[in-house]
Design a protein around this ligand. Structure first.
Ligand SMILES: *[C@@H]1O[C@H](CO)[C@@H](O)[C@H](O)[C@H]1NC(C)=O
Ligand SMILES: *[C@@H]1O[C@H](CO)[C@@H](O)[C@H](O)[C@H]1NC(C)=O
Ligand SMILES: *[C@@H]1O[C@H](CO)[C@@H](O)[C@H](O)[C@H]1NC(C)=O
Length: 120
């Protein structure tokens, strides 16, 4: 019983320690958010994922997209920053608005982004 309680507390602590990381999974209904479409190929080809997230929240790309994104398109109304690290603004980043950037090679950011954040 004590063991179970300890494990549960640990899980609860971890869940609060990283409140934003799985935002695209845990908040699929946040419709006042900017959704983005990200693909491993230029021109929105290859492995693509539609990611939903609240505004002003750093989203870490899933493993399948991290450092693999070659095209990135926010929905209308949002401006997003494609970033490195966990939205580390000490490292170079790129800004993208609708309809997005169809070939990140053109802005020397191909296969570099590990995270993004969308702003109103
Ligand atoms: C993307 O589409 C544009 C316009 O149709 C084309 O010029 C370009 O070659 C395409 N890029 C790739 C990598 O397919
Ligand atoms: C952000 O990037 C800078 C420059 O690469 C690095 O020194 C710093 O440790 C990074 N911060 C975090 C939180 O990773
Ligand atoms: C992006 O670069 C590709 C070649 O790398 C080129 O075909 C395409 O026209 C460029 N797109 C823009 C919007 O500059």
């Amino acid at each position: 019983m004590q063991f179970f309680t300890a494990i549960f507390s640990l899980f609860a602590a971890a869940a609060t320690a990283f409140p934003t990381k799985p935002g695209y999974l845990t908040q699929p209904m946040a419709r006042d958010a900017g959704d983005v479409y990200a693909c491993t190929g230029a021109n929105f080809t290859g492995d693509c994922q539609y990611l939903k997230q609240p505004f002003d929240t750093c989203v870490i790309f899933p493993e399948t997209l991290s450092k693999k994104v070659s095209s990135f398109g926010p929905d209308e109304g949002a401006t997003c920053l494609l970033m490195q690290g966990s939205c580390n603004d000490s490292m170079p980043y790129r800004s993208a608005s609708y309809p997005g950037i169809s070939d990140l090679r053109n802005v020397t950011f191909d296969d570099m982004a590990t995270s993004f954040i969308c702003l109103h």
